[in-house]
Design a protein around this ligand. Sequence first.
Ligand SMILES: [Fe+2]
Length: 392
Amino acid sequence: MKETAVKKDTQDLLARYRKIRQHSETICRPLQTEDYVVQPIVDVSPPKWHLGHTTWFFETFILSPHFSGYKVFNTQYNFVFNSYYESVGARVVRTDRGNLSRPSVSDIYAYRAYVDQQMKDFLEKAVLSKQLYAVLELGLNHEQQHQELLLTDIKYILGHNPLFPAYSKQQKVVLSQEDKGYITLSEGIYEIGYNGTGFSFDNESGRHKKYLETFEIASSLVTNSEYLEFIKEGGYENFRYWHSEGWDWVKQQKAQAPLYWHLIEGSWKYYTFGGLTDIDPEQVVCHVNFYEASAFAAWKGMRLPLEEEWEAASGFFNWGERWEWTASAYLPYPRYTKEAGAIGEYNGKFMVNQMVLRGASIVTPKGHSRTSYRNFFHPRHQWQFSGIRLVR
Ligand SMILES: [Fe+2]
């Protein structure tokens, strides 16, 4: 297919590129060098790996194939910073990211500076085809996804250090929701999927119709005080509320509460970016996995929303504090097709054994999400900033 050249405002594009790239480094500014390196569990990547991997994305998918004469910064980095792209060759196994004492943190910052300079040179000269512009957009949105993962992983790293160091003394997010009860949506046919002209991920495309029964969805998210009640009433001790897999998880993990909660001398505390503190009962509950969200809903005699219910109702409530677990498996929409080449590995190959989360969280970069956005994680994952919205 003949590529269509699209107009671009180079300065605007470069400014956006710079701003997004800079934000990743701003997130890491409070870290000590040692914080950049550790990988306490497989799901958590070392911050320096995120910084290198997001840079590798621009080098691999834009500069190397499209900038004539481009010299890669270091030929070994493809092995180190390729995340999961089979088409792009062998890579360090995910569990070993924490073993990478080299490249050093300063090497990785030098890598970022080199690629940013090359991207500037490239964007000033190039006329981007529509396809290449789409890859650049994907690279920027990819970096924003990793900014959220950076904060998620930094919280895990510091929150699992026995000294509970604060990430930032300033950061105290106080958000509470006005409880406006339940919103009713009448039975009918609703359209679901991305319907705009801007950027969206391929998993949101394929707008389609869904028939929904009448349902009522909570206007606000479940709070810590409601969740504490679930714990106090034996929520983690009664198999009846749990899926079989969820109950296995409770027993194996000896789970008693959301991630970061600690029962200290009879009272619950939790780790926040500001350090260890008393649980704020007004705050919305965070760091629950799908099993916990489902069990809580079952205890309430309710359920989690389907992703199409969430999307249909999303104009009637505030969202953006927590990724909200849905009862929907992560599956392709009708007419979903994978892109050719490595970019086709971005989303589609993960459409198995994962549940969809909707909305955004307090650590999602501003403007990154939208009502058709489909986040997805395995049901066991607690480390995302995930919460619960009920349906009855
Ligand atoms: Fe990535």
